[in-house]
Design a protein around this ligand. Structure first.
Ligand code: PMP
Length: 361
């Protein structure tokens, strides 16, 4: 096999190598059962155990209170943009949203189909270079919830502290779930597509407070009601079995690494090394303002677009892939989720310093 590359892509992203090795075995013969993990029935004893274990580990790692359900759904994180308002809003109902990037903008658009949406903050005019602190917005008195994206994958900004609000919080944590401890009890709904910090694409994890299950209007499709999936432990229809299996393995890996607090420390150290290079001079310019910086996605520019193209191309030659920024802001972006190894950071930092020396502005 050729040498493994370091993949800085925003998702699907790198997974722990140990997990991939185990999966490679289990695809052919799961747990010595004589059949592969992708071939067993979702209702078999073996798979039920896989799903229960994944849920148990998630509950343990995130300290999810008993009055919350964990759901493994399909349709990507993007389907939550409409499922949430479809289930929690309706004519005459209102919700407050913070507009901090592409993914919140998309959810605002969907939510407007179901209720009145109060956009209490937006950093759009500054190219989404920061997230607000709690003194910069109010949650409307009659809002059902305050919605925010905890980490903005494209712009590399992240709420350092969760928003303070009297209302329940609803959050898209697709790109930073499991990267730092959170207090789940402040939230009505937390959701995350798996393909960054949890596993492969194909499953979206939803953590939902139980009392919300009865809020949905009757006249919405069965598959789009949270209660449908909650009542059947995500087995109303065929769930994405292989992604759920990988999520379980990633969670076990995370637990073995010391859990979320230990991971947060590693994440902070990894991100700091790259921010240090950015802050060392004028050559690299970080997109996010300092107090909004993400530990997961670091978006930055070089002096010119030509140098950025050269930087990205030379990096590939060194096995550093996926550094091109999102098309909406251009530039470069290093996505360094939980499973991204320190060696890749060391290599990138050395390359950034070397490139600057060899390519003066
Ligand atoms: N939310 C965030 C924060 C994301 O980064 C992404 C995808 N990059 C999405 C939502 C959309 O996820 P999906 O492609 O699973 O619909």
């Amino acid at each position: 096999m050729s040498e493994r590359i370091y993949n800085f892509s925003p998702g699907p992203a790198m997974l722990p190598y140990e997990v991939l090795e185990q999966a490679a075995t289990d695809i052919l013969n799961f747990d010595d059962s004589g059949i592969g993990i992708c071939e067993i029935s979702h209702r078999s004893k073996e798979f039920m155990n896989v799903a229960t274990t994944a849920e148990k580990l998630l509950r343990e790692l995130l300290e999810i209170p008993d009055n919350y359900k964990v759901l493994f759904l399909q349709g990507g994180a993007s389907s939550q943009f409409f499922m949430i308002p479809m289930n929690l809003l309706g004519p005459g109902k209102k919700a407050t949203y913070l507009n901090t990037g592409t993914w919140s903008k998309k959810s605002i658009k969907e939510a407007q189909l179901f209720g009145e949406i109060d956009v209490a903050f937006s950093s759009e005019e500054n190219k989404f270079n920061r997230v607000p602190n709690s003194s910069e917005y109010n949650t409307a008195e009659d809002s059902e919830y305050l919605y925010f994206v905890s980490n903005n994958t494209i712009y590399g900004t992240q709420f350092q502290d969760m928003p303070a609000s009297e209302k329940m919080l609803v959050s898209d944590m697709s790109s930073d779930i499991l990267s730092r401890p959170i207090d789940v009890s402040k939230f009505g709904i937390i959701f995350a597509g798996a393909q960054k910090n949890m596993g492969p694409s194909g499953v979206t994890t939803v953590i939902i407070r139980e009392d919300l299950l009865d809020k949905s209007p009757e006249n919405i499709p069965t598959m789009l009601k949270y209660k449908t999936h909650a009542e059947k432990d995500s087995m109303f229809n065929t769930p994405p079995t292989f992604p759920i299996y990988i999520v379980g393995k990633v969670l076990q890996w995370l637990k073995d690494k010391g859990g979320i607090k230990a991971m947060e420390e590693l994440n902070r150290k990894k991100a700091e090394q790259i921010y240090e290079v950015i802050d060392a001079g004028e050559y690299y310019r970080g997109h996010a303002l300092k107090d909004s910086r993400s530990m997961m996605n670091i978006a930055f520019n070089l002096p010119t677009a030509e140098l950025e193209a050269k930087f990205i191309a030379e990096a590939v030659g060194l096995g550093l892939n996926g550094l091109k920024g999102h098309r909406s802001i251009g530039g470069c972006r290093a996505s360094i989720y939980n499973a991204f190894p320190q060696e890749g950071i060391t290599k990138l930092v050395a390359f950034m310093q070397e490139f600057e020396k060899n390519n003066p502005a």
